[in-house]
Design a protein around this ligand. Structure first.
Ligand SMILES: *[C@@H]1O[C@H](CO)[C@@H](O)[C@H](O)[C@H]1NC(C)=O
Length: 213
């Protein structure tokens, strides 16, 4: 190997090792405010179908930014429906926000989203049993106020930023990729934040604890 190549390889390996994933973060749930003053419009609805999040008072709520063209799209959506059936008899809800700001991973229009889920990823007639909202800016200029609130009190779950980000400016608390999650307690405040790679069993343990609280 040529010396300069060896240096590049060594630097890349060092770079990978440095790219720390924190996984699960405990949020500061004493922050002012709650999710109940916010709301959003389902991707298959009109403004008349807007859901005000105060209907989730007393529920544990899992907020996640989703994408239809990501390596986790199939497993991620299937997992969310599984959580909904696992907690069907309890005050629990998933709220999913397609986010277009990472590698163009939501190529379809809002109108096409339900069909993309039904026919492509996950496909096989998949219908979400939780609301999927219209495409949402989760970071950067024009960031949705709900995401400004939900990320406040929670620090990042990954040190590095990914490439091909379609927003600016970058902020340390930004979501880094699709299928990050923030778990909200029965009081409407964020309690835990998870990197997209965190196993669902970790999230389930926290949902159980917050439901029991
Ligand atoms: C959106 O799709 C879901 C899942 O099929 C359905 O339950 C809901 O009623 C639809 N909403 C509207 C406004 O059509």
């Amino acid at each position: 190997m040529k010396p300069f190549l060896a240096i590049i390889v060594a630097l890349s390996v060092a770079g990978l090792a440095k790219c720390a994933i924190i996984g699960r973060v405990v949020c500061d749930s004493s922050i002012a405010g709650d999710i109940y003053g916010f709301g959003a419009t389902p991707v298959n609805g009109t403004i008349a179908d807007r859901i005000s999040f105060d209907v989730y008072q007393g529920s544990v709520v899992l907020v996640t930014n989703v994408a239809s063209y990501n390596t986790r799209s199939t497993s991620g959506f299937l997992e969310l429906n599984d959580l909904m059936s696992q907690y069907a008899s309890q005050p629990f809800m998933v709220l999913a926000f397609p986010s277009t700001q990472f590698n163009r991973e939501v190529p379809e229009s809002n109108d096409e989203m339900m069909d993309a889920l039904f026919y492509v990823r996950p496909g096989n007639g998949f219908v979400p049993t939780f609301p999927v909202f219209q495409k949402t800016l989760v970071n950067g200029d024009g960031e949705d106020a709900f995401f400004t609130f939900i990320k406040s009190g929670c620090s990042y779950t990954e040190e590095e930023f990914n490439v091909d980000l379609e927003y600016s400016p970058m902020t340390v608390s930004d979501f880094r990729q699709p299928f990050e999650k923030i778990l909200v307690g029965k009081d409407g405040k964020p309690y835990f934040r998870y990197h997209a790679s965190v196993d669902v069993s970790v999230v389930i343990a926290d949902i159980d604890a917050l439901l029991a609280a």
